[in-house]
Design a protein around this ligand. Structure first.
Ligand code: SAM
Length: 228
């Protein structure tokens, strides 16, 4: 997979991309991630990429020109189709199944907005999808882009060491994951459930399933409705 991110704050990304699993995924050539400074695609001598909104109002709007030029230049770098994603609080809500769908794409291009957002023509004529990471407003699309990269890249086959860790995690089959414990078996006054140290794998598996249902019923009954 190849991911290109267009931003006016390229330095924000190293903390996430140069650490841990995402770093290793790049080292293992599972993903190649490129950060593009939008200002390089400005024709303005001061590298301006925003302007006042037509019709008045507060704040600035990111102009269409630099964003269109950046996407066109990126698309010329490889063969095949790329999905262009605009990060926006008005977009479709991002979910685990959305991450799964995107993890099967070969090329993704993320556009990070700022200020009051981006010129509507980017949404209408350039972006294939518009994605929100939740019903709240952030100052820019960089954190949402990092959230998407992290959740998508870990789903690429071979990125996580143990593929079982993907099979049993939260949101798989619309369930939250069962409670997890590690050593020591007794910490202060609290012991781990006895079944987990019994070595009886069938019983452990049944216990985990029932805990997953219990937990989902308590915390996210909306998910259970999707199971039917
Ligand atoms: N004025 C816009 C509105 O009310 O819809 C909000 C603009 S926001 C301050 C600036 C940029 O941050 C957006 O263009 C988008 O790229 C990003 N952003 C903010 N919140 C987001 C969210 N929940 N999901 C995805 N992107 C978000």
């Amino acid at each position: 997979m190849r991911i290109d991110i267009i931003t006016i704050f390229p330095n924000m990304f190293s903390a996430v991309l140069d650490e841990s699993i995402i770093k290793r995924a790049q080292q293992k050539d599972k993903v190649a991630i490129f950060i593009h400074d939008l200002r390089c695609y400005s024709l303005d001598k001061h590298h301006k990429v925003d302007d006042r909104p037509f019709g008045g109002g507060s704040g600035m709007v990111m102009q269409a020109g630099p964003i269109f030029r950046a996407v066109q230049a990126i698309k010329r770098k490889f063969k095949g189709r790329a999905k262009v994603i605009l990060l926006s609080p008005q977009g479709k809500s991002f979910t685990q199944s959305y991450a799964k769908k995107l993890s099967k794409c070969s090329n993704l291009i993320f556009i990070c907005g700022h200020y009051e957002g981006v010129d509507e023509r980017v949404r209408q004529y350039l972006a294939d999808e518009e994605i929100s990471i939740g019903d709240y407003v952030l100052t820019g699309g960089e954190l949402p882009a990092m959230v998407l990269v992290d959740s998508i890249v870990r789903l690429i086959p071979g990125v996580l060491g143990d593929k079982n860790s993907l099979n049993f995690e939260s949101f798989e089959g619309n369930l939250l994951e069962y409670p997890q414990y590690s050593r020591p078996a007794k910490f202060r006054r609290w012991s781990v459930p006895e079944i987990l140290v019994s070595g009886a794998h069938d019983k452990i598996s049944a216990w985990r399933k029932s805990e997953a249902f219990k937990r989902t019923r308590q915390r996210r009954p909306d998910l259970l409705k999707k199971i039917g």
